[in-house]
Design a protein around this ligand. Structure first.
Ligand SMILES: [Zn+2]
Length: 268
């Protein structure tokens, strides 16, 4: 497959029938919250087929963050917040892993092997980075730069969802706040979520953010000096549209309160 993209490079991966990797929603939104959704979609470039993975596996959490797309779009609408999302499956290339890390193009996810990723040649890995990972992260970078240039307050929120049972272990949390170097926004978010009264809230559970296991928060949030946090919602709570809508409403209310606090304290 030799498709020229017009700048002298040969496309090894995305063809004319494949969708663009980036989905944007409310790009003109003026909320301080900038929403990123690394695991929004589960598309595969046609050239990759299904990577040898059984169809029944391709709708599981290993391929994408179940339910988060609906939450992200509804939250973006309610806050008037710019959402930047990745349409391709994390099994193609994980947009929240440093390229080159073993989990970037995983050979195994939970207990499922990904035959099409085993022994991947460096050219093929590079093509996934160049055509899926890079455009997404370049766009986030460009949007943050434009906002800073225009003196728009910018708070980065990375939206994820997690499977209720992983490797046989049930997870009790309804929602988790994930962070590393920002000590302001995650603490505010934890306080508000705990005050809801009906939630089991994870403090860096079921995961914590680190430079080795994450990309979006360290690179776009921490390195650029933005307030930032990750959010993980348990997937069984947002499987259907009603659940997605409820969580978006709850989070929108909380984020509006947090915005008031950040402005009152002159932090944004
Ligand atoms: Zn995720």
């Amino acid at each position: 497959m030799m498709t020229s993209d017009g700048v002298g490079e040969t496309s090894l991966l995305l063809g004319p029938e494949d969708l663009a990797p980036i989905l944007e929603h409310n790009a003109a939104g003026r909320s301080p919250f900038l929403l990123a959704c690394d695991h929004y979609g589960r598309l595969f470039p046609r050239a990759l087929g299904d990577l040898g993975v059984a169809k029944s596996e391709l709708t599981r959490h290993i391929a994408w963050d179940i339910g988060i797309a609906g939450v992200a779009e509804a939250l973006s609408d309610q806050l008037g917040a710019h959402l930047i999302a990745q349409r391709y499956s994390r099994l193609v290339i994980d947009c929240n892993r440093p390229p080159g890390a073993p989990s970037s193009i995983p050979m195994i996810s939970e207990a499922t092997t990904i035959p099409g990723n085993e022994g991947i040649l460096s050219d093929a890995a590079e093509a996934r980075r160049r055509e899926v990972f890079d455009p997404y992260h370049h766009r986030i970078e460009e949007v943050i730069s434009a906002r800073l240039h225009d003196h728009l307050p910018t708070v980065l929120v990375a939206l994820h969802s997690f499977t209720p049972v992983y490797a046989g272990i049930a997870r009790p949390w309804h929602i988790g706040v994930l962070y590393h170097r920002d000590t302001t926004l995650p603490a505010l978010l934890l306080k508000h979520l705990r005050a809801e009264g009906d939630l089991v809230v994870g403090d860096n559970e079921p995961y914590a953010v680190s430079d080795l296991t994450d990309y979006t928060i360290p690179v776009h949030g921490e390195a650029r000096g933005l307030f930032n946090t990750g959010i993980e919602i348990r997937q069984d709570l947002i499987t259907d549209e009603a659940g997605q809508q409820q969580w978006a409403e709850r989070l929108a209310r909380i984020f509006r309160e947090i915005e008031v606090t950040l402005r009152a304290e002159r932090m944004i």
